[in-house]
Design a protein around this ligand. Structure first.
Ligand SMILES: Cc1ncc(COP(=O)(O)O)c(C=O)c1O
Length: 456
């Protein structure tokens, strides 16, 4: 199974070659200064054509393979009963094992439908760390979203293996305090995106499942990066070194009663999502809502060709050569900046490197958004776009002031990453000169997308 293990060569290469290229456009510092001012110092508001290296997100930004493009050509665009849906469903069921597979246009649509059906005011939903759309969709129903990261996650510098784990003791306390009847589901995000892209161990998945089912509470995975999580388990959790990534993923899913999934991550698709469950009654309620806003159950807001891309992507992502390259190349960025003094969330996660901006820019108080200030400076200096994961995104719930550098899948080569390393090290050299920001205007939900800032 592990083709490269037999080789004596140590260099881990991109396990693909490039057939089609997209030019990048350089801009000057003066131009970028103007773009920043116009965008209110919010990088979501900057036009993509003015970005050199875009590490805003790994979501929907993957390069698709020749096999995915070929499959898209046979997309069945029938309104009802599309062959593409059944192909996708077979792949999903083989991997995840859920009885009901509901396609949605992206992950948050799955979340919206799930929480609309399950949650109401007075309810509480625990997670290791809720992603921003997950939290917002729960809170929109009137329920509360509670983060229960394992204590190890608090120290960003601790080099421990499974810092994405949930604190199961805290989960038990929460269930005792709130009452099982007020907890419509327990979620676990693999890998833990908002908690530094850190993996969750199989042992922890099993423990969370046990605690949930002891109280009759359904257990869901937010499975966006299930394949990356599976690779970490294979590398770091005793007993799994000889398992294939697919076998590990199947075991992870076997504990869950359902999942939400954004196909824009570990399915290499540019759009798409899934809501899965084993519960017939729930599936019926969800499907009714799906028809209202997303579409008929055999396309759910997607084109037939998108379903084909997801079906192929879900198989490709489990290739050991790909996962080895993926996790190694993210670690390459992390080690090259951390070993030269830039504090990152240790150890490097799967899809992104998170700079601990609170620590790096210790002279900027939290109220002046150090991670946002660092994002602005990195763009100004080198045209690199990153994203703040701190008080702008999560308000008072922010555990840390992080700057996330998310790596799109199969998109950038090592020289792109070397450029990013050089730029970050230069910014770090003159970090004392970076100033904080103040918010000028903000919307009521998900303010990080459109808030405007001014420099202090
Ligand atoms: C952990 C997690 N959950 C949910 C989502 C939402 O998925 P989508 O962007 O497809 O709506 C994301 C997206 O980044 C995510 O990282």
């Amino acid at each position: 199974m592990d083709r490269v293990d037999e080789s004596t060569l140590k260099t881990i290469i991109e396990p693909f070659r490039i057939k089609s290229v997209e030019p990048l456009r350089h801009t000057t510092i003066e131009e970028r200064e103007r773009f920043l001012e116009k965008a209110g110092y919010n990088l979501f508001q900057i036009d993509a054509k003015n970005i050199l290296i875009d590490l805003l997100t790994d979501s929907g930004t993957s390069a698709m393979s020749t096999e995915q493009w070929a499959a898209m050509m046979r997309g069945d665009e029938s309104y009802a009963g599309s062959e593409s849906f059944y192909r996708m469903k077979r792949v999903v069921q083989d991997l995840m094992g859920f009885k009901h597979v509901i396609p949605t246009h992206q992950g948050r649509a799955a979340e919206r439908i799930l929480f609309t059906v399950l949650c109401r005011k007075g309810h509480v939903v625990p997670n290791n760390t809720h992603f921003d759309t997950t939290r917002a969709n729960i809170e929109f129903t009137g329920a509360r979203a509670i983060d229960l990261p394992a204590p190890a996650a608090r120290d960003t510098q601790a080099r421990l293996d499974f810092k994405g784990n949930m604190d199961v003791v805290a989960l038990e306390h929460l269930i005792a305090a709130e009452g099982a009847a007020n907890i419509p589901l327990v979620m676990l995000t693999v890998t833990d995106n908002s908690g530094g892209g850190q993996p969750v161990s199989m042992e922890n998945i099993a423990a969370v499942k046990r605690a949930s089912s002891r109280h009759g509470i359904p257990f869901y995975l937010d499975a966006c990066r299930f394949a990356e999580n599976a690779w970490f388990i294979r590398q770091k959790e005793p007993g799994y070194e000889d398992w294939t990534p697919k076998q590990i993923a199947q075991k992870m899913f076997s504990y869950a009663d359902g999942c939400t999934f954004s196909a824009k991550k570990d399915a290499f698709a540019n759009i798409g999502g899934l809501l899965c469950t084993n519960d017939d009654r729930l599936a019926m309620q969800e499907t009714n809502l799906l028809i209202l806003t997303e579409g008929f159950p055999t396309y759910g807001g997607l084109a037939g060709r998108d379903l084909e891309a997801i079906a192929v992507g879900l198989e490709e992502v489990l290739d050991p050569d790909y996962l080895r390259y993926r996790i190694t190349s993210t670690g390459y960025l992390g080690r090259h900046i951390a070993d030269r003094g830039v504090p990152i969330v240790e150890p490097p996660g799967g899809h992104a490197i998170y700079i601990d901006a609170g620590r790096m820019l210790a002279h900027i108080p939290k109220e002046q958004f150090p991670a946002q200030a660092l994002a602005v400076e990195l763009y100004r200096h080198a045209g690199i776009r990153s994203v703040e994961i701190g008080a702008v995104m999560f308000g008072v719930n922010a555990q840390h002031e992080l700057l996330r550098l998310a790596i799109p899948r199969r998109v950038y080569t090592q020289s792109h990453i070397d450029y990013v390393v050089e730029a970050i090290l230069e910014v770090n050299q003159r970090r004392e000169r970076i100033r904080g920001l103040a918010i000028e205007s903000e919307p009521p939900f998900l303010r990080h997308f459109s808030a405007r800032f001014r420099q202090l």
